[in-house]
Design a binder for this molecule. Structure first.
Ligand code: NAP
Length: 291
């Protein structure tokens, strides 16, 4: 499928793609690059690529496809560093959870003849690092691609094929729309989880120990989300600021309405809201996105 693929950032996402590329022999040469020497050593020991290096420029030389899978806040520096070494006709793609800011960060460094296909696989766990990856991560999950007006059909097709080999389902989307939708479905829930678990950590010791003891009653699910990588999530909130603030505003208004209904004993209102939310869950289950 490819002569040479380079993956930059060998954490959960990068190492999962690397495992699939090796398993299915999708590239003659797979190069893994990471800024961290420690990560490089672990990737080498795990046997996740044909070549492992912390030299990004060297890593991308002659590559047909370059996947940048670093935290959103590191996209610009990586794009800047690799730009002079990209070959004519190379396709650059990324896996960042935010699209508008990543396009602003990467696109200026893609000279004519270098294609950029922004992407976001909507799959993950709360774990990070090269040991966390696995070949089934993207199975039946969506991967959103947000091509730019000057991205060629050939480049989009190549990246689509790679994600299809990862068993993902492809959706083409406008980047601003992506950021708003993900603001609601992913970024806001993480912010709520960080808040709830953060509130619990501020409680007095005796209450806190009972919170942990009885966590199965709902709190536990929030702790899983709130265990997600702090660097990754810091970067997401800083780079999807306007969409997150927009959905947060709507959320606050809805929360205030629920607060008022509880205070006024308005059971009908609560029942209506909870019935609608149950229907959303049913739709998610029906679309096979519940697990
Ligand atoms: P991760 O496990 O933390 O891995 C990121 C890797 O990139 C780390 O090895 C990190 O090294 C390395 N890195 C950081 N800065 C770098 C730089 N300047 N140059 C080269 N390597 C650098 O992260 P991940 O979960 O795989 O996420 C990667 C990207 O995919 C992020 O943009 C994220 O938003 C997106 N994404 C994540 C998920 C998810 O659920 N995790 C889902 C979809 C998309 P150090 O550890 O030494 O910093």
């Amino acid at each position: 499928m490819f002569e040479k693929v380079t993956i930059i950032g060998m954490g959960l996402i990068g190492s999962s793609v690397a495992r699939i590329i090796l398993k299915k022999r999708l590239a003659k040469v797979l190069v893994a690059a990471d800024a961290s020497l420690d990560v490089c050593k672990r990737v080498h020991d795990l046997g996740l690529a044909h070549k492992v290096t912390d030299n990004l420029t060297e890593a991308v030389e002659g590559a047909d496809l370059i996947m940048i899978a670093v935290p959103v806040g590191a996209m610009r520096i990586v794009a800047e560093r690799i730009a002079p070494a990209l070959k004519q006709g190379a396709i650059v793609t990324d896996t960042g959870s935010v699209k508008m800011a990543v396009i602003d960060a990467v696109k200026p460094f893609c000279r004519p003849g270098v294609e950029f296909v922004p992407g976001h696989p909507i799959a993950g766990t709360e774990f990070s690092g090269p040991e966390a990856g696995f070949t089934e991560l993207f199975e039946n999950r969506w991967c959103v691609l947000t091509p730019l007006p000057d991205t060629s059909v050939r480049a989009v097709e190549k990246v689509t094929k790679l994600w299809e080999e990862c068993s993902a389902r492809i959706e083409i989307m406008d980047p601003a729309h992506h950021d708003l939708v993900l603001g609601i479905t992913s970024h806001l829930p993480h912010l709520i989880a960080y808040t709830i678990v953060g509130t619990a950590t501020e409680l007095e010791d005796d209450i806190k120990s009972d919170v942990i003891k009885f966590s199965a009653s709902g709190f536990r699910d929030f702790t899983r989300i709130a265990a997600s990588d702090p660097v990754m999530w810091r970067d997401i909130f800083l780079n999807n600021k306007s969409a997150v603030l927009e959905v947060l505003q709507r959320f606050s208004e809805d929360l205030t309405a629920l607060q008022k209904a509880i205070r006024q004993g308005n059971g009908d209102y609560l029942y209506d809201v909870f019935t609608k939310t149950r229907a959303i869950r049913k739709q998610i289950v029906e679309q096979g996105q519940a697990e």
